[in-house]
Write a protein that binds this ligand. Structure first.
Ligand code: PLP
Length: 403
């Protein structure tokens, strides 16, 4: 027992204490380091999910810990009645990354918040300031759990109990250019899409979809809003996954990997969209606080210093190659980019495989019945990935035996 209190005892206390929004926790975790975490009984796991694509630089990364601690010891919270150098510097950094493909001098601005759903909430409000209200969203999408983000999230199970949600949403099949073309006209405020649908099972649209979405929205004066909450900041091997396709959106939302576990999100607006918000039209107490922004600066600095983008691309390719090299006919394909990968199974065994993995010390998840998601810390090594690939057939055996 790592801390004198067992898994079982913590589990019981959890059940009586926390609202039941998440179901029973899979384990009670007490410690992390790099790509490893430990549960309350002292058992070690290799974390190939990184807290749902969050711990880009691994658990307890000393560079981030030091930056956060130093900032906390200097100036922690100031509210947005004031500004801080870390907030301004992180805003400048995100703008530089988001406008890498833009003509010199393209204006851009950032709104900081604390999560992915809040980043999308800010973006949603921003679209209303265009004077239009209609949003074109994608079937299979996930954008978060607040009412605005939920309104553009397609999963009926998440939406139904909370209707009515903000309206004027039009749905198109993900990746369907003709359907998008038909749905967008002069009444559309924005098209919102993920570059890869992570929660939907790491689903990729055809490569010409985002460029087409850019062209179609521009033709009709609508904003292109790309949700990079899961895919952005090196997760898919680029600063933003859409940059692989040479696209420049009007609105980009990020969160997850930006703080390496310290909560932070951002809505980045480019071009004319950058000046839509005026004083009093949006706000937050904690968003952009010096500590969160110090974490963000440390993360982006570390990614640059250690060429994490290239590592993410290389390790993602390596994983996909090794999985397919198993030649196991229970595995159909590996999809995704960088280190956001979906291992597609021939049969709906993913939940059981993820359970078997946990039992043997591997954290992965099953976003779809036949898809395993692998989204490890971006500092993962080839050796750690190879060790997982080596056990994968036995995990499939276990899952099959239990079916
Ligand atoms: N957008 C996308 C694409 C996501 O994957 C998620 C979370 O999984 C969100 C938004 C919501 O982010 P958060 O859980 O930080 O609110």
């Amino acid at each position: 027992m790592a801390d004198g209190t067992s898994q079982q005892v913590w589990g019981d206390r959890y059940e009586h204490t926390l609202m039941n929004t998440f179901g029973a926790p899979r384990r009670v975790l007490v410690k992390g380091s790099g790509a490893s975490v430990w549960d309350a009984d002292g058992k070690q796991y290799t974390d190939l999910l990184a807290g749902l694509a969050v711990h880009a630089l691994g658990h307890a990364n000393p560079v981030v810990t030091e930056a956060v601690t130093a900032q906390m010891n200097t100036l922690g919270h100031i509210s947005n009645l004031f500004a801080s150098p870390t907030q301004i510097a992180l805003g400048e950094k995100l703008i530089a990354l988001a406008t890498r493909l833009a003509p010199e001098g393209t204006p851009a601005r950032v709104f900081f918040c604390n999560s992915g759903t809040e980043a999308n909430e800010a973006a949603f409000k921003l679209t209303r300031l265009t004077g239009r209200t209609k949003i074109v969203a994608m079937e299979g999408s996930f954008h978060g759990r607040t009412m605005g983000a939920l309104a553009i999230t397609s999963n009926e199970h998440y939406r139904a109990p909370f209707e009515p949600l903000p309206g004027d949403i039009v749905w198109v099949p993900y990746g369907d250019i003709a359907a998008l073309e038909a749905a967008v006209d002069e009444t559309v405020a924005a098209v919102v899409t993920e570059p890869i649908q992570g929660e939907n099972g790491v689903v990729e649209p055809p490569d010409d979809f985002l460029p087409a979405a850019r062209r179609i929205t521009a033709e009709h004066g609508a904003l292109l809003w790309i949700d990079e909450v899961q895919t952005g900041l090196a997760r898919c091997g680029e600063w933003f996954a859409h940059q692989r396709l040479g696209v420049l959106p009007d609105v980009i939302t990020v969160a997850k990997g930006l703080g390496n576990g310290y909560p932070i999100g951002a809505c980045i607006a480019v071009g004319e969209a950058a000046s839509l918000f005026g004083p009093g039209q949006h706000g937050t107490t904690f968003g952009g606080n010096p500590i969160a922004c110090a974490a963000g600066l440390a993360v982006l600095g570390y990614m640059e210093d250690h060429d994490i983008l290239a590592h993410s691309r290389e390790m993602g390719e390596h994983l996909a190659e090794q999985v397919m090299a198993l030649g196991d006919d229970r595995i159909v394909t590996v999809r995704g980019q960088g280190l956001l990968r979906g291992i597609v199974l021939a049969d709906p065994l993913a939940v059981k495989v993820a359970d078997a993995a946990l039992e043997t010390g591997w954290i992965i998840n099953a976003p779809r019945p036949a898809v395993l998601r692998i989204a490890p810390p971006l500092i993962i090594t080839a050796g750690q990935l190879d060790a997982f690939v080596a056990v994968l057939p036995s995990l499939l055996d276990t899952a099959q035996a239990q079916s």
